[in-house]
Every structure is written in structure tokens, then in C-alpha cells.
Design a protein around this ligand. Structure first.
Ligand code: ATP
Ligand code: MG
Length: 522
């Protein structure tokens, strides 16, 4: 409510005007700024030039009656709702009813007028008016907020929600800018680079050059946190909603802060819903991939198992039927076929189980400090047992490999797959070179063969399960090795690339950080 109330007294009797003035100036609760008019015309003129909070109106004026004055006032001021208290010399009920019908707020009889009666009447009328105006403002605000919230909640797309929110709030508060800043989830906002740490959505003036963190720290702004209910235990809010005024000084009102708080609560709900939707969509997509993977497994099993099973069956039944008559060398040949095919099928099962664990995000990953030279020497000795004498393994190691942590089982999968590919896809033999280079914070491995190479058009998909190049001919394989290798490399926080030309060999490069802290998956 205003500190000093502006009052206009319209009465042709100077003594009465003096009395009212005296009574009002004695009011211990309020200050008054009082204007006086001795006729209706003068009163109208004064009001038009300087609207006031209340008019004290004598019923009998020299130039017109109080009722006529009221009609003129509404006409000239286009229905102004300034409150009026009517004063009359006589206590005539008819006049009172007439005046009340015309919309005056109170009716006082001059004869019985005392200071406290007048003060109370004026105070009540002005307070009533103030409350009415507040109520109207509140209703209007509630209506605007409801429309705005409806618009915000209409979308499930996070970006759209945030842009709608800043646009709507900026229009409602009529300030220079409204901004939603999302705190960087990984870092402490106070310590991060001002340009990159926060995502920002804003509406309003283009002239403001403040960066997100400056906006947050600026005391002249209204700032409210956006707290997601599922993150309440975390000290950091999801982000902030900021109203900013850079042109001139702005006194923010408490109801403006309330609007911002209300929007922040609704934004939190909308953000959570949008996040939930994204999570559901991701889960659905994952489910689809899993289903596709499972049907691929069934197809592969039936396809890949048929040939070796047929060979095993044929060899076994030959041995059963003619075993006694067969030479020892022939028997050994059949037994070798059975063993080889069974091994192949067993590897296939192992690979599919490993791949399935990756697809379900259930692979166990446990790093320990590893002596890489030792690790590779053992692995190469194992692999050399499988290689014919057409191949030669060359292993070179340079740099510093100290401080490397890795999961021994997964590293074995990576390098045994790469080595077995290098051997398998160079059927004519040749050198298989293996380099290990230790850097300050990572180790780099190259494996280079002189084999059949890979057609360029086949190279992009080879890390997908079941993908094989078109030039494999009769070389056996299921297309799972590289997919497993890539998944293992990624668990270590590393990368894998392939460089190959048909008939000119293939080079695979793996970079692994010396230590990798795995992020939790939830
Ligand atoms: P397996 O699951 O038994 O390893 P695979 O060797 O066919 O079967 P991947 O190791 O995933 O499967 O390799 C996928 C494909 O990439 C191979 O089928 C082959 O076409 C190609 N490839 C991989 N490594 C080489 C290489 N060193 N030289 C030529 N082609 C290669
Ligand atoms: Mg392979």
C-alpha cells in the first residue's frame, strides 16, 4: 500500500473542508496529501489532472448534486473506479441508498462527524480498494501462470520445454532477459570455465553480454534453483532460473519471485518427465537391439553349427562303422576333424556368451597393475603354438609402460582376437609385426599383417557383431571377434582403429589409457 494517500475534498463550505483536513491530518496511522475543490467542476478538473486515491464528496454542491457529479466523473474518466465517500448535511436515507447505488463506498452525516469516524471510514475504503486491486492482480497473474504452465507442460521435449519457459516468463515479467542455466552434471559449477560449464536457454534482449556464471552471481538478478525431486539428496540443483534486468535498476517484487519459484517447480516436473521419456526410449531402443541380436544369434547358431556338426557326425559314424578296419593314420585324421570342429563350436558359444554379457552391460571389469611386456610375451608364446611356420611373429616394445592398469581377461580377449585375425587372414603367411609403445599416460599397440586386407567399402561395419568382409572366401569365422575387441577396448576407456588395403595387409591400432576410472552405469 502507498505510504501517503492522496485525497480530494470537494465541498463548497470552506469550514467543513478545514474540519475534514484537520481530522485526517490527525490520523496516527496514515499520512495524507490533501487537495481541495469548492465546486464540482473544479473537483473534476483537479481529478483529471492528478488522479487521487479517494474523493470526499459533499452531496450538495453549488453547480450540481453529488449524484450528478458521480455520473460526470465516470463519464470523463471512462468509468474510473476511484472510491468516493459521500457527505451530507442531513441524514437522509433515500440519498444514502441513491448514492450507494451509484457506487459510492461509504456515506457519512456531517452533523455526527468526528475525527475517528472519518479516519476509520477513509482507512476502510482505501484498504478495501487495495485488497480488491490485489485480488484482481492475483487472479490475472494466476490466469497467466496457468496458461504459461500449460504451455510449458505441453511438450515432452526438454529443449522445447526450456525455450517455452524462458519465453513465457520473460513476457510475463517484462524484464530484459530470462535464462535457464543447466549446471554441468560432472563438475562443480563454481570451479569450471564460464563458457563451457553450463547449458543455457534464454529469451529477451540480445544486448546482454553476461556469461551464465556472471548472471548467477549478479545480485541485481532474481535467481531461483531448479531442484529435481529425484536429486534432492544432492546438494547441487539441476540448474537455475534467472530473471535479469540490465537496462536501469529494477526493484523485484515478492510476487515476481513467487512466479519464478512456481515456474521452477513446474519446470522440475517437466524436466523429470522429459528425462523419463528419454530413458524409456533408450531402454526401448536397447531392447530392440537385444531382440535383433538374439535373433541373429539363433540364425548364426543354426547356420554355423550345421556344417561342423555334419562333419563331426560323418567322422564319428565312419569311425563307429569302419573303425576296426581303418588304418591308424586315417583314424587320427577323423579324430582330428572331430576335435577341431568341436573346438570351433565351443569358441563360437564362448564368443556369443561374451557378446551377450556386453549387450546386457553385465561384463565384469576389474583392473589390476600389469607388466605389459610379461603379458605379451606369454600371449605371443601361446599364439605361436597355433601358427604354421609360414608366419613369423615380430614383437617390439619401446617407451615407458609402467603404471598400466587393465583387466587381464579382457586384454587377453582383445589381443588374442587381433592376433588370430592377423594369422587367419594371411593364409599365405608372412610377418606379423606387433609394436608396443609406452607414452606418459597411455600405451599404443599396432598389429600389422601382410594378409588379404579388407575392401574399403566393408571397413566401416566390421566392429558390428556378425559383420564380415566380402573377401573372406572360405576362411572360417562368425564376425564376433572385432565386436568383442572393441567393447573390451571401450571398457578400458581406449580406442581402436583399422587401416587396410585389399591384398596389402591390415594394421590395427589400439590406444589404451594407463589408468581408466570407469563411470558407474546408472
Ligand atoms: P571370429 O568371430 O571367429 O573372430 P571373424 O574373424 O570373421 O570371426 P572378426 O574378428 O570380428 O570376425 O572380424 C570381422 C571381419 O573383419 C572378418 O570376417 C574379416 O573379414 C575382417 N578382418 C578382421 N581382421 C582382419 C585382418 N587382419 N585382415 C583381413 N580382414 C580382417
Ligand atoms: Mg576374428
Amino acid at each position: 500500500m502507498p505510504n501517503a494517500w492522496k485525497l480530494l475534498i470537494i465541498d463548497d463550505c470552506a469550514t467543513d473542508r478545514k474540519i475534514y483536513r484537520r481530522f485526517l491530518l490527525k490520523d496516527p496511522h496514515h499520512y495524507y496529501q490533501i487537495l481541495e475543490a469548492d465546486s464540482a467542476e473544479v473537483g473534476l478538473g483537479l481529478y483529471q489532472n492528478m488522479p487521487c486515491d479517494l474523493i470526499l464528496l459533499d452531496f450538495c454542491l453549488p453547480d450540481m448534486s453529488g449524484i450528478e457529479f458521480l455520473d460526470k466523473l465516470r463519464q470523463k474518466t471512462f468509468g474510473s473506479s476511484v472510491p468516493v465517500i459521500m457527505l451530507t448535511g442531513r441524514g437522509d436515507e433515500e440519498i444514502a441508498v441513491q448514492a450507494m447505488k451509484k457506487g459510492v463506498q461509504d456515506y457519512l452525516v456531517k452533523q455526527h462527524l468526528k475525527a475517528d469516524i472519518l479516519q476509520l471510514a477513509v482507512r476502510n475504503v482505501i484498504k478495501q480498494l487495495y485488497l480488491q486491486t490485489q485480488l484482481q492482480k492475483n487472479q490475472e497473474r494466476q490466469r497467466l501462470i496457468a496458461t504459461m504452465l500449460l504451455r510449458i507442460r505441453q511438450s515432452l521435449d526438454l529443449e522445447e520445454i526450456l525455450y517455452t519457459a524462458v519465453r513465457e516468463v520473460q513476457q510475463l515479467l517484462k524484464c530484459d532477459r530470462v535464462i535457464v542455466c543447466q549446471s554441468s552434471p560432472e563438475t562443480d559449477s563454481e570451479q569450471t570455465d564460464q563458457n563451457h560449464s553450463l547449458l543455457c536457454y534464454w529469451a529477451g534482449s540480445d544486448d546482454c553480454n553476461l556469461k551464465p556464471l556472471e548472471l548467477l552471481a549478479n545480485k541485481a538478478n532474481l535467481v531461483v534453483p531448479i531442484n529435481l525431486s529425484n536429486q534432492l539428496e544432492l546438494s547441487k540443483p539441476w540448474g537455475f532460473l534467472i530473471a535479469h534486468q540490465c537496462t536501469g535498476k529494477r526493484e523485484w517484487q515478492s510476487d515476481e519471485l513467487e512466479i519464478l519459484c512456481e515456474v521452477s517447480i513446474q519446470l522440475a516436473i517437466a524436466i523429470q518427465q522429459a528425462e523419463l521419456l528419454t530413458q524409456t526410449q533408450v531402454a526401448l531402443e536397447k531392447e530392440k537391439q537385444l531382440n535383433a541380436f538374439k535373433s541373429q544369434i539363433i540364425t548364426t547358431i543354426s547356420h554355423e553349427y550345421r556344417t561342423p556338426l555334419a562333419s563331426i557326425l560323418a567322422a564319428a559314424s565312419t569311425l563307429k562303422q569302419y573303425g576296426e578296419h581303418l588304418e591308424e593314420l586315417k583314424k587320427q585324421k577323423f579324430l582330428h576333424i572331430i576335435e577341431q570342429k568341436a573346438r570351433h563350436m565351443s569358441k563360437l558359444i564362448d564368443d556369443m556368451l561374451v557378446m551377450n554379457q556386453f549387450e546386457l552391460n553385465k561384463t565384469k571389469f576389474k583392473t589390476i597393475p600389469l607388466d605389459l611386456e610379461q603379458f605379451f610375451s606369454t600371449l605371443i608364446i601361446e599364439q605361436q603354438l597355433l601358427v604354421s611356420d609360414r608366419h613369423e611373429f615380430i614383437f617390439q616394445s619401446t617407451g615407458n609402460h609402467k603404471g598400466f592398469w587393465g583387466d587381464q581377461g579382457l586384454l587377453r580377449l582383445i589381443f588374442s582376437n587381433l592376433m588370430s585375425n592377423a594369422i587367419k587372414y594371411s593364409p599365405k603367411g608372412g610377418n606379423i609385426e606387433f609394436y608396443l609403445i609406452g607414452k606418459e599416460s597411455e600405451v599404443i599397440f599396432f598389429i600389422q599383417d601382410q594378409g588379404i586386407g579388407i575392401p574399403i567399402e566393408d571397413q566401416t561395419n566390421l566392429f558390428q557383431p556378425f559383420c564380415r568382409a566380402s573377401n573372406v572366401d572360405t576362411l572360417p569365422g562368425t564376425g564376433l571377434g572385432l565386436a568383442i575387441t572393441k567393447a573390451c577396448v571401450e571398457l578400458h576407456g581406449g580406442s581402436i582403429t583399422l587401416d587396410s588395403q585389399p591384398d596389402q595387409g591390415t594394421k590395427v591400432t589400439v590406444c589404451l589409457p594407463k589408468q581408466h576410472i570407469q563411470k558407474s552405469s546408472h
